[in-house]
Design a protein around this ligand. Structure first.
Ligand code: CS2
Length: 493
């Protein structure tokens, strides 16, 4: 089967939407670090809408920081790929033209830095996942001892990490007397703009205090809340898209119809008019981000660990399991919602109902195992902030503690039947070594887990009510199984 390409655009079936604008007329204005499925189904779609509606020099050069997979998927297709939104039997497919090319950073570093330093580049955005920031999850500080950051610090002119690339490219602009680009984090980090600013300043301070000062004074780091569920692509998904297009699309993504983007409006060098494509440009993104991290990603992680341990493969399976659904709904309504204050016009009750419906989407096939990845980087902003809020007020934390216990057991690398788990986490080895020896003693296991200072703040680690609740939850997991423990905390339906 032929690959999707510019030549194919006029031959696609009529129900497929195609970029109906002059791609060549739109110059590159955005360099995007980490061009995975999420960026392709989210920010690139908003930008494609803008290019179609208004044109402008806002095309995207995507960057793959480590692997050749995405360059090999997209470059032979001139950057074109399709986004298919699925809900039940409804299917909508659209080809996106916003991405012009994909750069393989390890093999094309000088070209990449030149592009980032080019006057036309006004935004450098990122979706590098939590671990791509080399941030200590508990303290928010840069992991200067991590080998990847240490290597960039030792040779800052040839960086490999996102932080190193940003610092080097900004330095090149400074030396050339150019204005900086705006740095736009689109990851699920707490306060993502501010977090990235802090990390970059820490890094720059170690290589050049004057660069750090220049960044501090000149570079904008708007915060964002990004939301669209985009499961990892499967062979089955690729086949279904090829059937639909009549062409093979190696870069295809499958997602849900829902998409939300809230962006802090702070772009001194200009930006695409994303608000005309449905994004919300606001003064303060923090409340939206907190709501999303706590109400969507928190329950996502809870389902990932408890669902996996309970033998449920997909998030939609969790929603089909009555006790699990009731548990998750109560977790959201009773334990998470009271910790949030919604901006004017934002209806938290409706938001929760919509989330439950999105989780239930049977076409998405979003694996618990996929969401379970990198838990050490995700737990604080998803669950621990909520827990700390409730503990300070002496409020019940039973369901949150069970979710944390699910993570502890999962992170030990052995499931409730004694089978090994394929744990993907930058701390996987340490977690297994520290936790697995205590799997038969809930109290020691809870103690070993809460003692991991990269994840648990000293206050949380020292909280007896928290330690007690996690211990009890670990015992319940062993005694009743994951779904049994969940049922005990699910309100009767
Ligand atoms: C998920 C997120 O994989 C995960 O950890 O919780 O990727 C989630 O699907 C997105 O944040 C939804 O916007």
């Amino acid at each position: 089967m032929q690959r999707l390409s510019i030549a194919a655009l006029t031959r696609l079936p009529a129900h497929i939407e195609v970029p109906a604008y002059d791609r060549e007329a739109c110059g590159i204005g955005i360099v995007h670090l980490g061009i995975g499925a999420f960026h392709r189904a989210h920010q690139a779609v908003y930008t494609d809408d803008i290019l179609a509606a208004h044109g402008g020099d806002w095309a995207i050069a995507g960057v793959s920081l480590r692997g050749r997979t995405v360059p090999d998927q997209l470059n032979p297709q001139q950057g074109l790929y399709s986004v298919t939104a699925l809900a039940g039997s409804a299917r909508h497919c659209r080809v996106i033209g916003a991405v012009r090319r994909v750069i393989f950073a390890p093999g094309e570093r000088p070209e990449l830095l030149a592009l980032m330093a080019a006057p036309a580049t006004r935004i450098v955005s990122l979706t590098v996942t939590e671990k791509g920031y080399y941030r200590d999850p508990a303290s928010g500080r840069l992991l200067t001892g991590d080998p990847a950051i240490a290597a960039d610090l030792a040779a800052p002119e040839s960086p490999a990490t996102a932080i190193g690339l940003l610092a080097r490219a900004l330095d090149l602009r400074r030396q050339a007397g150019l204005a900086p680009f705006t740095v736009l984090s689109c990851d699920n980090l707490p306060d993502n703009g501010k977090s990235l600013r802090r990390l970059l300043l820490e890094y720059a301070g170690l290589i050049s205090p004057s660069l750090a000062g220049w960044i501090e004074d000149n570079v904008a780091f708007p915060g964002t809340m990004v939301d669209r569920i985009v499961p990892a692509m499967t062979d089955e998904g690729l086949t279904s898209v090829a059937d639909d297009l009549g062409y093979a699309d190696a870069g295809a993504v499958i997602t849900e119809p829902f998409s939300q983007w809230v962006v802090e409006d702070n772009f001194p060098q200009g930006r695409p008019a994303w608000e005309t494509a449905g994004a919300m440009l606001v003064e303060d993104v923090a409340p939206y981000e907190l709501i999303k991290l706590r109400l969507l990603n928190g329950p996502h992680s809870a389902m990932a660990y408890l669902g996996y341990l309970g033998g449920l493969e997909y998030i939609s399976d969790c929603m089909d399991n009555a006790p699990m659904r009731a548990f998750v709904a109560a977790l959201m309504q009773e334990e998470i919602r009271p910790t949030l204050s919604a901006p004017g016009g934002f209806d938290l009750g409706a938001y929760i109902d919509d989330l439950l419906a999105r989780f239930a989407n049977p076409s998405l096939r979003h694996k618990c195992w996929q969401i379970a990845m990198d838990g050490s980087q995700k737990l604080p902003q998803r669950l621990l902030g909520t827990l700390a809020w409730r503990l300070q007020r002496g409020l019940p934390i039973g369901r949150l503690a069970l979710a944390v216990a699910g993570w502890v057991h999962y992170a030990a690398g052995i499931d409730l039947e004694g089978n090994p788990i394929d744990v993907r986490d930058p701390m996987a080895d340490r977690l297994a070594a520290g936790l697995a020896p205590h799997l038969d003693e809930p109290q020691a296991l809870a103690g070993a887990a809460l003692g991991i200072e990269e994840i648990f703040t000293p206050e949380l680690a020292a909280n007896a009510a928290f330690a007690g609740a996690v211990t009890e939850s670990l015992a319940a997991l062993k005694q009743y199984g994951a779904l049994g423990a969940v049922s005990r905390l699910a309100p009767p339906g």
